[in-house]
Design a protein around this ligand. Structure first.
Ligand code: HEC
Ligand code: HEC
Length: 276
């Protein structure tokens, strides 16, 4: 199924029989070709981001919904992260990160590895524009003391250990900040654990300076599981909508986040690490 759909995302200049036995997908391939890097020159020239039709976009993202759920609304129980309604710049940065090797999930990278920046940005905007309700969170999966430790790290940080409060960048409501800082709610606990772990080991990287690498390295494994357990058990407020801005400057500079002011004392902050 996914192999087949990769063809829809990666149109090649072959006759319409290139998707064996898939007449319906053959029709979708035309839509996906518009704006794709291998589309005929006349189609690309005549097509800009603004003119990608809704139907070509929904066929383009069909392959994504196999894992991310219909409309990108994954459930909190599994591993797959929800992508619907996340800040567009954040989603675009992640697609670039997967394509360019700063993040790794081979089954997904395979689908996007030859797509252009513009094509990825259009898909990011499509998912960012989805406005769908979040399900209630699953029951907490940690003892009360661990949950309290997680809450305190997220809301207050630990200055003695050079850990800034997570809310100082992810927003007081933890729903992220447009256009490039993601929210921390509505994500599965396993996914959160894995992301923080991957940052600690350098398997996940962001554009330099990679502020999250420095922060993750300050967290012990117990901190990581406390934070993930607490975050995964919180209800999503305000429809999960990213904030427009932060009330105070971010405590450290983060690559890929150009728009939010950074506190003067924080540049260069000791928590910044792993930049490349
Ligand atoms: C085979 C399953 C699969 C398919 C198909 C897939 N993804 Fe993913 N995607 C994942 C997994 C798993 C992750 C988390 C990987 C990790 O551990 O970092 C992910 C992560 C992401 C992220 C980062 C989310 C975040 O919060 O950081 C984005 C954005 C994304 N996928 C978009 C897409 C798009 C767009 C498509 C279609 C072109 C797609 N994915 C297809 C499995 C898939
Ligand atoms: C200095 C600002 C800053 C602080 C403080 C911060 N973050 Fe982040 N965080 C970011 C940015 C920016 C990203 C997006 C990185 C990227 O583009 O990949 C991010 C991404 C994440 C992600 C990935 C979300 C996803 O959907 O994959 C997680 C999880 C996360 N942060 C957790 C935390 C936790 C837990 C804390 C507190 C211990 C924290 N962050 C503190 C800036 C910050």
């Amino acid at each position: 199924m996914i192999n087949c759909l990769r063809g829809v995302l990666r149109p090649v200049s072959r006759p319409s029989s290139w998707l064996p036995g898939a007449a319906a997908l053959g029709a979708l391939a035309f839509g996906a070709g518009v704006g794709g890097q291998t589309a005929p020159a006349h189609a690309t020239a005549a097509t800009s981001a603004a003119t990608v039709s809704a139907s070509s976009m929904s066929s383009r993202v069909l392959a994504c919904t196999a894992c991310h759920g219909k409309e990108g609304r994954a459930t909190p129980e599994g591993y797959f992260p929800r992508i619907a309604g996340k800040p567009a710049g954040y989603l675009a940065n992640q697609l670039l990160n997967f394509r360019d090797g700063r993040r790794s999930y081979p089954q997904m990278t395979y689908l996007i590895e030859h797509l252009t920046d513009d094509y990825l940005r259009e898909m990011a905007e499509h998912f960012a524009a989805q406005d769908l309700p979040y399900p209630p969170p699953p029951a907490p999966q940690a003892p009360p003391a661990a949950l309290e430790r997680g809450r305190a790290l997220v809301q207050q940080g630990d200055a003695a250990r050079n850990i800034p409060a997570c809310v100082s960048c992810h927003g007081a409501a933890m729903t992220g900040v447009n256009p490039s800082i993601p929210g921390l709610l509505g994500l599965p606990r396993d996914y959160l654990n894995s992301q923080l772990g991957a940052w600690k080991t350098g398997q996940r990287r962001a554009h330099a300076p990679d502020c999250m690498a420095g922060i993750a390295q300050q967290l012990t494994p117990d901190d990581v599981s406390a934070v993930s357990a607490w975050l995964a058990a919180q209800p999503v407020v305000a429809g999960g909508k990213p904030a427009r801005t932060l009330p105070v400057a971010m405590p450290a500079r983060c690559g890929g986040v150009a728009e939010v002011p950074v506190a003067a004392v924080a540049a260069p902050a000791p928590v910044i690490g792993g930049s490349r």
